[in-house]
Design a protein around this ligand. Structure first.
Ligand code: PMP
Length: 359
């Protein structure tokens, strides 16, 4: 029996995608599964090219950007971005709205960059994003890095920061494909795939052409954007299964109205859940309304001693992985693209009943 899986990632995928993959698994092309074919064979090359083309269409990625399918997840990019865009001692800007951006900042420090934090929402305990226009960008910074959606705190930007000539770098791991975005505003977009893009094991990197040739000479070949772009992300063996499944996810996104359809569906789910939480005196969400994530909804109960029981009882009712991140506790419902509104409705019904019994 399938459950409603509220995991932050690896996360729920559309059942029809899993079933399609299942039906193709033993014999994808020529009596082999996609996991068994050569990445250099015509069949897989066509599959990778199709996945890239679909992503370009779904996200409306301009021709002046390369799309890379790399291993190492999003955290690999915490290091790859500094390698590719800056040399040791170079200034870079960071905006911090939670734990993932802070980790990316630390990694940039390890790569010898002089990071300047232009906005840090720590004083608010990461419950808001900076106001638009409230921070100033260093015009000499090699790039500005931010995290449009902080997965742990459930804090999301409702706007794209403007950085003038300074390339904007975004870790979109937990928001990519959740709504339309204007790719042309970004220098680099990267995302681990295990939330809205399929299974773990891959990072999608979208990089503007003029940023391909800034890498420091010591950049490892597998992280080198130019080298990977020139080799169609096949310098070494790419994550073939992840590329294949991303193609199927993108077809599903298309069948469901593209990114505009995703946005409509995600807004409706988020409105429903936050609306319920705000109307309750038993549950609460600490994030400022304008900064609330459509994808990750953390919530607390008046009595934290009930957390474990909530998570266990919910799991028994088919609503799984509702525990908050180990660093913050409480609960968190991740409601990525694949979570249907029925899953959110079922969660709310469960929350109502839990409150009735325990309030
Ligand atoms: N950035 C964000 C915003 C994330 O949510 C995560 C994972 N939850 C990461 C980075 C790290 O991703 P990965 O495990 O793919 O390295």
């Amino acid at each position: 029996m399938r459950v409603y899986n509220f995991s932050a990632g690896p996360a729920m995928m559309p059942l029809e995608v899993i079933e399609e993959a299942q039906s193709e698994l033993p014999d994808w092309k020529g009596g082999m599964s996609v996991m068994e074919v050569s990445h250099r064979g015509a069949d897989f090359k066509a599959c990778a090219a199709e996945t890239e083309q679909s992503l370009r269409e779904v996200m409306r990625i301009p021709h002046s950007y390369k799309v890379l399918f790399l291993q190492g997840g999003a955290m690999g990019q915490f290091a790859a971005v500094p390698f590719n865009l800056a040399s040791a001692g170079d200034p870079v800007d960071f905006m911090l709205t939670g734990q993932w951006g802070t980790k990316a900042l630390k990694e940039a420090g390890r790569m010898g960059l002089m990071a300047n934090v232009v906005a840090d929402e720590k004083p608010s305990r990461y419950t808001r994003v900076p106001d638009e226009g409230s921070f100033s960008v260093n015009p000499d910074a090699r790039y500005l890095h931010y995290t449009p959606n902080e997965t742990i705190g459930g804090v999301e930007f409702g706007y794209v920061p403007s950085t003038g000539q300074v390339p904007l770098v975004a870790d979109m791991s937990s928001t990519i494909l959740s709504r339309p975005i204007d790719v042309s505003k970004f220098g680099v977009i990267y995302a681990g795939t295990q939330k809205n893009m399929g299974p773990a094991g891959m990072a999608v990197v979208i990089v503007r052409d003029d940023l391909l040739d800034r890498a420091r000479p010591s950049t490892p070949s597998i992280w080198h954007y130019r080298t990977q772009a020139d080799n169609d992300s096949m310098l070494n063996t790419p994550p073939t299964f992840s590329i294949y499944l991303l193609g199927k996810i993108l077809a599903w996104v298309n069948r469901n109205g593209g990114l505009a359809g995703m946005a409509e569906r995600n807004r409706a789910k988020a409105d429903l859940l936050y609306g319920f939480i705000d109307a309750s005196s038993f549950y609460s969400n600490p994030v400022e309304p304008a900064s609330r994530s459509w994808m990750n909804v953390p919530f607390l109960m008046v009595n934290p001693d009930l957390n474990k029981k909530f998570v266990a009882d919910a799991a028994a009712a088919g609503l799984t992985n509702l525990g908050g991140h180990r660093s913050v506790g409480g609960m968190r419902a991740s409601i990525y693209n694949a979570m249907p509104i029925e899953g959110v409705q079922a969660l709310i019904e469960f929350m109502k009943e839990f409150e009735r019994v325990h309030a």
